[in-house]
Design a protein around this ligand. Structure first.
Ligand code: SF4
Ligand code: SF4
Length: 527
């Protein structure tokens, strides 16, 4: 009997359909989502605690069963079979459906929370009311849209983190850092801030560092800290130390990975829930150029905005308080000048031409803004009120970029769009990583077979293979040290290391294997 071969692709058949267990798991997970969808459409469940537990429980159990069946029955090792053939992971119909649904969710979350059931003047309805019992249990009050979001966000990191751990269980680095992001999200980003609210203390996520936490120095936040006694003062001091002491030291020792791949919630979601989409990142040189200009512009924006916000609530009277508007403005200008001068004096050889021009122009822009502000005697920067600037930043960067584009577009542009193009924290850490860090990815070029796995699965769009082929160290500002390039390399070419800074970038001793004189090497080592 003849058999019709529908698939003419040389790469083989499209992926087999899912197993019976996976179908059951999908059914359970979708049932949980269905309860949430009913709540969204205002179904008033009689026992909210029961139905919320059912919804979250079914989603969790469904994901665990699916992940167990997908990975535990197979040999350990990377399992990315068929990612380019699945509609969900190759920008097919289901990918677009997921992207659009996520984007719409973010739009409603940020700008129309009333449609989720938020009612600040009375009892909540809809999906927010479904989360009221959990919110009362943890923080003592009714839920808000941010509580619902925080719970679902944390759940996503936990359950997809579990899946990620099974998938990469042969790799200790991946397992450890996934436990780390799960711990920081659950403890530091979700539970501690909610418990602080219950204790009538300021809401504070200790791992959310300025400029990611752009509200840290807003007037209302400073007032909250100052009126919360010793704990409030500790939070404020910790926030400042995180910027000027903790971050530089850790980045010097380990590169930006200590934050972006081990601690940060945005990175946590990208690495876990976003893992199936990491290969969708744009690897083109054009994207690299856009990335550098956009991310550093966001950093300039947040710096100017923060200076404007702090400036606007400081006083003029030096008799009552030493930190006046003028002192602050000059101190900011001095700090920026010192940083700029140090980079230009000691590190200019490590900067590409466009990076030098970029740094000079950004420095000139910030100084001009501060100068205009000072000499015009105006408390507004560029004639905009500091808080108005903050509102725009919140709308454009904090909401539209980080949420709507950053997460909503996972299935279209890959999982790290925000971290790569928009996050000002990543920009600062990236500068430190490139210029003042011991971190690099070393490449044993002679072993590379140019398969391209590393470049494909680099979520930051770095063409890792190009470095490996040349046996060159990878020292890129954008590298988040996720280690996936190294994990997927079939030849063990890539290694994440913290070592001496000598020859870290221009590595003249790179070993290509195929272009060196091995006899000469033997003679040298026997001397
Ligand atoms: S170069 Fe490697 S470690 Fe760095 S972001 Fe890309 S995949 Fe992760
Ligand atoms: S995955 Fe390894 S062998 Fe393949 S191109 Fe990258 S460095 Fe070379």
């Amino acid at each position: 009997m003849s058999r019709i071969e529908h698939n003419m692709a040389m790469t083989g058949d499209s992926p087999a359909s899912i197993s019976g267990k996976q179908k059951l798991a999908t059914g359970l997970g979708l049932s949980g989502l269905f309860i949430l969808a009913l709540a969204l459409f205002n179904v008033n469940f009689p026992n909210k605690t029961l139905f919320l537990s059912l919804a979250l429980g079914l989603i969790t159990i469904g994901t665990i069963i699916f992940a167990n069946d997908a990975y535990l029955g197979k040999h350990q090792g990377i399992n990315n079979n068929g990612v380019w053939f699945k509609s969900t992971t190759n920008r097919g119909l289901w990918g677009w459906v997921a992207g659009i649904a996520l984007t719409l969710f973010y739009v409603v979350l940020y700008w129309y929370p009333q449609y989720l059931g938020l009612n600040p003047d009375g009892a909540n309805t809809g999906i927010i009311a479904l989360f009221d019992p959990l919110s009362r249990l943890i923080n003592g009050g009714p839920a808000s849209q941010w509580f619902v979001y925080g719970t679902l966000y944390t759940l996503a990191i936990l359950i997809f983190g579990y899946k990620f751990i099974l998938k990469y269980r042969h790799n200790r680095y991946e397992v450890l850092r996934t436990f780390s992001v799960m711990f920081f999200q659950l403890g530091f980003a979700f539970l501690i801030p909610e418990i602080l609210i219950r204790l009538n203390k300021p809401y504070y996520d200790f791992k959310n560092i300025w400029p990611l936490n752009y509200d840290l120095f807003a007037g209302y936040k400073i007032q909250e800290f100052l009126s919360a006694g010793n704990l409030g003062m500790f939070m404020l001091i910790f926030g400042v130390l995180s910027i000027f002491v903790i971050t530089p030291i850790l980045t010097y020792k380990y590169g930006k990975r200590w934050y972006c791949s081990w601690v940060c919630g945005c990175g946590g979601l990208a690495e876990t829930a976003g893992d199936p989409y990491r290969h969708l990142s744009d690897k083109s040189l054009f994207a690299w150029k856009v990335e550098r200009w956009v991310i550093h512009s966001v950093l300039v924006f947040v710096t100017v905005m923060t200076i404007a916000v702090v400036y606007s609530f400081l006083g003029d009277d030096s008799q009552s308080y030493w930190l006046t508007k003028d002192v602050f403005l000059w101190a900011s200008a001095l700090l920026l000048t010192i940083v700029f001068a140090l980079i230009m004096i000691f590190k200019r050889d490590e900067l590409a031409k466009d990076a030098k021009y970029g740094a000079i122009s950004y420095f000139a822009i910030i100084m001009a803004i501060i100068g205009i502000n000072y000499f015009s005697g105006n408390y507004k920067i560029f004639f905009f009120d500091g808080y108005q600037l903050r509102q725009w930043y919140g709308f454009l960067i904090g909401a539209a970029f980080s949420g709507v584009i950053g997460v909503g577009f996972y299935p279209i542009f890959g999982s790290r769009v925000w971290c790569r193009f928009g996050c000002p924290m990543a920009a600062i850490l990236g500068m430190q990583q490139r210029l003042f860090s011991k971190f690099r990815i070393t490449t044993n070029g002679g072993q590379c077979i140019s398969c391209g796995n590393c470049s494909v699965y680099c979520e930051m769009g770095i063409d890792v293979r190009a470095y490996a082929q040349k046996g060159e160290n990878i020292v890129r500002s954008s590298c988040v040290g996720c280690g996936i390039c190294s994990a997927v390399c079939p030849r063990g070419v890539l290694k994440l290391e913290n070592g001496s800074r000598k020859n870290r970038i221009h590595n003249e001793e790179s070993v290509m294997g195929d272009n060196m004189d091995l006899m000469d090497l033997i003679k040298q080592s026997s001397k």
